[in-house]
Design a protein around this ligand. Sequence first.
Ligand SMILES: Cc1cc2nc3c(=O)[nH]c(=O)nc-3n(C[C@H](O)[C@H](O)[C@H](O)COP(=O)(O)OP(=O)(O)OC[C@H]3O[C@@H](n4cnc5c(N)ncnc54)[C@H](O)[C@@H]3O)c2cc1C
Length: 438
Amino acid sequence: MKKLTDLIGVGVGPFNLSVAALLERVPHLSSQFFDNKKEFIWHEGLMLPNTYMQTSYLKDLVTAVEPASPYSFMSYLVKNKKFYRFLNTEMQTITRAEFSDYLSWTAKQIEQVKFSHAVEEIKHVKDRFVVTTSQGDFESKHLCLGTGKSAYVPEYLKTSLGDHCFHASEMGLRNIDLTGKKVVLVGGGQTGADIFLNALRGHWGQPAQLDWLSRRANFQALDEAAFANEFFVPQYVEQFYHLDQVVKKREIDAQKLTSDGITTEALRAIYQELYDKFEVQKQRKWVRLLPHRTVTSMTQRFDGFNMDVKNSLNGLEESHSGTVVILATGFETKLPRCLAPIMDQLNLCEDGLLQLDENFKVQWQGNPKNSIYAVNAGLGSHGIADPQLSLAAWRSAKIINDLAGECCFDISESSNVMEWGNEGSTTPFSVADFVSVA
Ligand SMILES: Cc1cc2nc3c(=O)[nH]c(=O)nc-3n(C[C@H](O)[C@H](O)[C@H](O)COP(=O)(O)OP(=O)(O)OC[C@H]3O[C@@H](n4cnc5c(N)ncnc54)[C@H](O)[C@@H]3O)c2cc1C
């Protein structure tokens, strides 16, 4: 058994890495972070060519709360001696490959971050957690869960999974050859777009046919307008947390395209590629873009798949077929299996996910002296920004402040002209206000 630390982080994606990076500023809190991977690679299976971040590089692990941190993206540029050349590119967003390199560069410098440590089981004994990893047991007073999301495949498509039908998150992990294949790509979000563009450019060989199906009414753009981005500021999240659950669900659904749409750059690249292939080169039309289509069932034949598809525009049923089916059907939150020994002590929401307090602390029945925090588990409670990088640093600071029981990071904000109308947020004008303005 190793020495008792204040915090163990379970899983090291960008979100727990942000907690680890900021914790270096708080030396009186000891910590260790475990990840099952051999080394840091960000979403390895989706590390495709021509893929870019959806968010600014300033929304890195630390900058929003600790701009002078040695782990900012600016530090990464300077220490890697590419600052001036980076500026000369005038890039607003960076490639995912560079962001992954930045994350990996950070992870390598933080001693407390340990790879090849799969967390297998978490028990609670008296006043501490006992965390069993593939490299032995470790103890901590508190936990921060950061195991990310899992590939989502609709139940009725699961029986088709195999060599020729797979989730998009495996694209970079498989030896894929689409040459001469009839490819059906399901899913019209950013991942679908990234795969479509690469397939169109022949990255996996020249397909005989490429059909891209989306349930959405069109291949819809990410809403990055200034006011849409107000959903990704701390004040909004703080107000959102106190809304009624029904209202939260409605707002999350309405805000979907602020995080799940396709970047304008990717849409333009796809459109230009289509124009070049089919209007300039006058290639045979081997591509179809099919919005408004929902796959309702799929059956496997000896040489591929048949799909029943509902067209929600005209209400008609369609049949589609392919020899390879790629499911860009998104990701879902699942509770990690290692929680099994303490599962009956965790308070869960109706959807079976963790109940979080405002400071991302899981509500649980165990010893109140031991806290469990969770990152990327608060879409339902904290809103649309929670699974995104935008507020990762702010959330880490909030967690650390709560853990330390003091203000290690000043995350207070200036007042905003945008008033969402939550209870207490609107100050009525008095006659004196009008008089002084006049
Ligand atoms: C392809 C892709 C691109 C994205 N691009 C953007 C973007 O541009 N902007 C944005 O704001 N958001 C983006 N997101 C959303 C989000 O920012 C990322 O998914 C982000 O990686 C989430 O971080 P995380 O730390 O929660 O999880 P992850 O990055 O998934 O990391 C979780 C880690 O936990 C490890 N793990 C799991 N179980 C265990 C265990 N039992 N023991 C030990 N380790 C374990 C996993 O191996 C993994 O390393 C993107 C998402 C995807 C899928």
